[in-house]
Structure formats: structure tokens, C-alpha cells
Design a protein around this ligand. Sequence first.
Ligand SMILES: [Zn+2]
Length: 286
Amino acid sequence: MSEPKSSDSALRAMTDDGAFRVVTVRTTDTVRRMLAAQSVWGPAAERLGELATGAILVRETMAPTHRLQGLLRTEDGKHRWVADSHPDGGTRGLLTRLDAEAAPSIAGGMLEVVRTLYNGELHRGVIEVPSSGDMSEALMAYLQSSEQVASMLSVACVLGDDHVVAAGGYLVQLLPEVGRGPLAIMAERLRDFQRIGELLAKTDAATSPLMDELLYGMPFTLLEEHPLEWKCRCSTVRVMSSLATLPRADLNELIDAGKPIEMSCDFCGEKYTVSPNQLMGLLDQS
Ligand SMILES: [Zn+2]
């Protein structure tokens, strides 16, 4: 059965006074497929949905044309999440649990963001997750301390009994021109939008109604909307090139064993089989 097309998108706007740049995203379908690929549910799955949504929002704000990864781990290191967001709108996610019984609370954990800069170098920022254990607060803290971006942001992932009800969020970036008046109005307005799960569930997380709510009464201009989806990036070529980085001695050992190697993608579960002949091909190249 083929997957229904994703209805997710990212919408950007700017207020006409030049004070705020706003991104709203619907990530319901992205998160649905991500959780299915990872076979996870419950609080740890909600954090994955939130992290993926946050990674998309931060990428859309800081560098829409470049890749961004969000890495999160609990203080005890027993839960680790990865969200990998790309400029084509495709995002994939990964949850690693060393102990499925451990609580997936992220309070006091670490949030790391790695993104590619225009010159190809990596920008890396790490913060400690605030004691509230709230993903939105962690993302705002990251933006403030690592990117010097003042923002108001909220992400949410609402799970039903057996389906993703809604996932999405927004990021309001305060531009340097922002005056005290508009800032006070916006801060007051967004107090009602700190927890947006309920609103997203009611509106199917659609980007345009959320934008209208956030910017109610403020003249603004819509800039762009583009589609988002869950997408893995694995391929036979990538599997082979990762094997090619193994030391020659290790490759020889695998070849001598004479059996095909079975590998599966951590993000999507796709299985790859590499034959001894293919491994020998790697030796020829190196
Ligand atoms: Zn994959």
C-alpha cells in the first residue's frame, strides 16, 4: 500500500512593521511516518515529534537552504533522539533507548544543534535543557545562546490512542528593528500560545490559521510556503561508502568470513545486503 501524500508544510511571513519574522509548520504526517519507521509511541515518541518539528523551525529560520540536525539526550544518557532536517523539506528521526524502562524526561539533558553554514563548515551549539524539561524552552534557549536570536517558539506533538492527532509549531523571531511597543504586544499575545497542542488538534495543525491567530490585528505579508515530509536518505551507495571507511584489515576479515553482511538503516529500517564480492570491490578502490 502506498503512503498517502504528506499535507505538511512550512509557511513564512513577516510583519509589515519589520519587527517579526514568523514561521508556522504542520508536521503531522512527517511525525506519523517517523514514529511508524521507529516503532515508538508514548512520551519518548512525543519528544521525537517535538524535536523534529523544532529542527525544521530552526532550519527554516536560520538557514532554509542547508541541512540541520537536532540531537537530544536525557541526563542519564539512556534516551537519545536525532532529527535530521534537509532543505528539500525531508526530515527523518531516530530514537535510541539504552533502557526502555527509564523515564524519557529531558530536564537537565543536552540539546545539540548542528547545521551546515553557507561556506560548508558546521555550526555546532550545545545547551543544557532547562529544568522545566520543556522542548520549546530548550529550543528558545539554544537560539538565544548559540545563535543570538531572540525568539518565541512553541512545538507540540499530540498523540491519540493509536494515531498522531497533530504535530506542528511556530517560531516568532524578533528582528533588530523591533520596538518596545510591538514587542510588548507580541509577548502578551503569545502568552496564550505557549502550549499549542490543543489548538493544533482543533485546526489539524494547518499553517495558515495558526499564522492568522499569532498575528491577529498585525498587518503582515506571507512570504513563502513549501511542502514538508518524512524522508530517509539511505541508499546502497551510502551503505557502501560507510563500509569503505573501515580499516583494510576489518574489510579483509569480513571478506574471509565469506558471508554476505546484513545491515539495516537505523532511521527507516530498510535492509541492505552486501556480498563478499561487493566488499572486494571496495578493496580494489582503496
Ligand atoms: Zn533509511
